[in-house]
Design a binder for this molecule. Structure first.
Ligand SMILES: [Zn+2]
Length: 216
């Protein structure tokens, strides 16, 4: 059970990663979370990453791969892992392959969440948040507008900057550009499996589990 998950922001990849992690008893390795944990815990890697980020730089590939190395070679990952948010660049993908070879990891699968971008944009940019409790509502599904009161508490609703259509479009573009090479790299290795990411959480979860049974 060694999985690498790829999917655009807002597709529910994190939700699936958590579900699979519980179902299969393998760690969900989110590099973003790990970085935050390492920084908060003041580990040597965390300290190094913090000083780089404090200077306003992106954490370099060698440091990211060191963090991933710790996670995938640790005792917690003896039965596998779900890697989420890594690799993001071609050098990271190559470094990960090298790391897998070093650790004797031969079989793994890359799951790519396919999604109709216009549909995703429509879904994300129709989200409204309660200004009091932070609950997220689907304006479309619940027939709300930004002028409606919160269905739960009556407070005003707002659209988060993250959910504005232009922001969503930009995040999708960044995702597409940065992951195209990475997916291409793994495609050449024959380890990429695609799942339709537009279904409900249950449907997508079932589809992924079917893919896991496929012969590599
Ligand atoms: Zn509310």
């Amino acid at each position: 059970m060694r999985l690498l998950l790829f999917g655009p922001p807002g597709v529910g990849k994190g939700t699936q990663a958590k579900l699979l992690s519980q179902e299969f008893g393998v760690p969900h390795i989110s590099t973003g979370d790990m970085l935050r944990t390492a920084v908060a815990g003041g580990t040597p890697l965390g300290k190094k990453a913090k000083s780089i980020m404090d200077d306003g730089h992106l954490v370099p590939d060698d440091l990211m791969i060191a963090i991933v190395r710790e996670a995938v070679s640790g005792p917690g990952a003896a039965h596998g892992f779900i890697l989420d948010g890594f690799p993001r660049t071609l050098p990271q993908a190559r470094a990960l392959s090298t790391l897998f070879a070093e650790l004797g990891i031969r079989s793994y699968k890359v799951i790519e969440f396919d999604v109709d971008e216009e549909e995703l944009i429509r879904r994300l940019s129709s989200r409204l948040m309660c200004t009091k409790e932070g609950t997220i509502f689907s304006a479309e599904a619940e027939g709300l507008t930004v002028d409606s009161p919160c269905p739960q508490c009556g407070s005003p609703l707002m659209q988060r900057d993250d959910d504005k259509e232009s922001t969503v479009r930009n995040r999708l573009r960044v995702y597409r550009v940065s992951t195209a090479q990475v997916i291409h790299y793994f495609d050449a290795l024959g380890v990429v499996y695609r799942v339709d990411g537009t279904g409900s959480v249950d449907v997508v979860n079932r589809e992924i589990k079917l893919l896991l049974k496929a012969k590599p």
